[in-house]
Design a protein around this ligand. Structure first.
Ligand SMILES: *[C@@H]1O[C@H](CO)[C@@H](O)[C@H](O)[C@H]1NC(C)=O
Ligand SMILES: *[C@@H]1O[C@H](CO)[C@@H](O)[C@H](O)[C@H]1NC(C)=O
Length: 237
């Protein structure tokens, strides 16, 4: 049996495609990584979206998502993403969150962002699809969209300039760092962003658990468009 498992593993690496799905919550996970279609806002408009996993291993994920959405121009339709499973810790007890990504969009005449999305909560058992706080890092902002709230500051992190936006939705407070132009190849330690918020915005790092970490794209309208993520990796240390 062991040798058969090994052969099938070789096949899945050799194949261009590990898994593909178009259902609202289609998902594929292996080890610490997952890839998720996550069409959570699809009912705000009409259209479709499918996500493909090209490779997934301990060293990272390669995936793509293709979508075409119309209607509900101010509403996010989905957040197709790659996610990391990790041991939840207080943000103040996280040493570093190294991550890197390389991505491209084949159509930029769209209303969509390309973003990291992290949630934190005081309750370690909080659901992981929302939090007391949300930290977004927008590597691209295409079209006429904007983050929740309004711009409150300009931040310099990792030598790059970011618009910092803040707004809340119900009990969730969202900080969004927005790059001034698309960053298609990005490596950082996400703690640099949390440390900025702790030092400059009173983010309560010593009482908030990091509960979720994902990278993906939020389409509002447009398409057909394909986001290709040739590699994404992340770690919570
Ligand atoms: C994309 O959506 C638009 C608007 O609904 C539609 O007219 C078009 O045919 C769609 N394109 C594809 C390739 O599905
Ligand atoms: C606020 O949250 C609701 C419920 O999750 C969601 O439908 C809505 O789109 C959110 N609004 C914004 C501006 O993000």
């Amino acid at each position: 049996m062991k040798s058969i498992v090994a052969i099938s593993a070789i096949f899945s690496v050799a194949n261009a495609q590990v898994s593909s799905f178009c259902t609202q919550y289609g998902s594929y996970a292996s080890g610490a990584y997952s890839v998720n279609n996550n069409l959570w806002g699809e009912s705000a408009g009409s259209g479709s979206q499918c996500t493909t996993v090209n490779s997934i291993s301990g060293s990272g994920v390669s995936w793509s998502t293709t979508w075409n959405w119309s209607g509900g121009s101010s509403s996010v339709k989905s957040y197709a993403n790659s996610g990391l499973a990790f041991t939840k810790k207080l943000v103040s007890q996280v040493g570093s969150i190294p991550t890197s990504v390389q991505w491209s969009y084949d159509n930029t005449n769209i209303n969509a962002d390309v973003s990291y999305d992290l949630f934190t909560a005081a309750d370690i058992n909080h659901v992981t699809y929302s939090g007391d706080y949300e930290l977004m890092i927008w590597l691209a902002r295409y079209g006429s969209i904007q983050p929740i709230g309004s711009q409150i500051a300009t931040a310099t992190i990792d030598g790059k300039t970011w618009e910092l936006w803040y707004g809340s939705n119900g009990s969730q407070k969202t900080y969004s760092f927005v790059a001034s132009s698309p960053i298609a190849s990005f490596s950082t330690d996400v703690m640099h962003f949390f440390n900025y918020l702790t030092q400059n915005q009173g983010f309560p790092a010593s009482s908030q658990y990091l509960i979720d970490l994902q990278f993906g794209t939020e389409p509002f309208t447009g398409g057909p468009a394909t986001l290709s993520v040739s590699s994404w990796s992340a770690n919570v240390q």
